[in-house]
Ligand binder design. Structure first.
Ligand code: MG
Length: 172
């Protein structure tokens, strides 16, 4: 059985993942409005991935006999100064999520809940990838210069090739 404290924290993390999904979908809409359809596609896939993260927490709380509580999801920003600003925001957000996962792990450790520690291992590895993929796009935009020139067009094409979610990134 999950402790109340851990149950609340897991529900809280589920909300944070729903917010991530909302944030990236909002970024997708922003890119769409700027006719950067490849950027928009990349963010839309990212939003789907975050929804799967939220559902992993949802399913885990149920699996452990806990109560899932869905709460209000904060409104994300709807516009950014530039594609670079949006991806820098995404990168900062993923660093924040990493710190939330680390705090959750410390709580599971303090509560001596080994099953939750093992469950969180997947997220710890996932955050390394999430930070790397956001940072990778930030660096690429910096390299080409954040304007509407041909570099941005080429990157838009590249991001548009992001494949659908793989089995490993979906909730079990
Ligand atoms: Mg996530």
């Amino acid at each position: 059985m999950l402790s109340q404290k851990l149950e609340d924290a897991l529900n809280g993390q589920s909300n944070a993942e729903f917010y991530s999904s909302y944030l990236y979908l909002s970024m997708s809409a922003y890119f769409q409005s700027r006719n950067l359809n490849g950027f928009a596609h990349w963010m839309r896939i990212q939003a789907q991935e975050e929804l799967q993260h939220a559902l992993k927490f949802y399913d885990y709380v149920h699996e452990r006999g806990g109560t899932v509580t869905l709460t209000t999801v904060e409104q994300p920003p709807s516009t950014w100064e530039s594609p670079l600003a949006a991806f820098e925001n995404a990168y900062q957000h993923e660093q924040h999520v990493t710190s939330l996962i680390n705090e959750l792990y410390s709580l599971a450790e303090a509560e001596r809940d080994r099953a939750t520690m093992i469950f969180l291992d997947w997220f710890i590895s996932e955050q390394v990838e999430e930070e790397a993929s956001a940072s990778d796009v930030v660096e690429k935009i910096k390299l080409i210069g954040d304007d509407t020139g041909s570099g941005l067009y080429m990157l838009d094409r590249e991001l548009g090739e992001r494949g659908p979610l793989t089995e490993s990134s979906e909730a079990d």
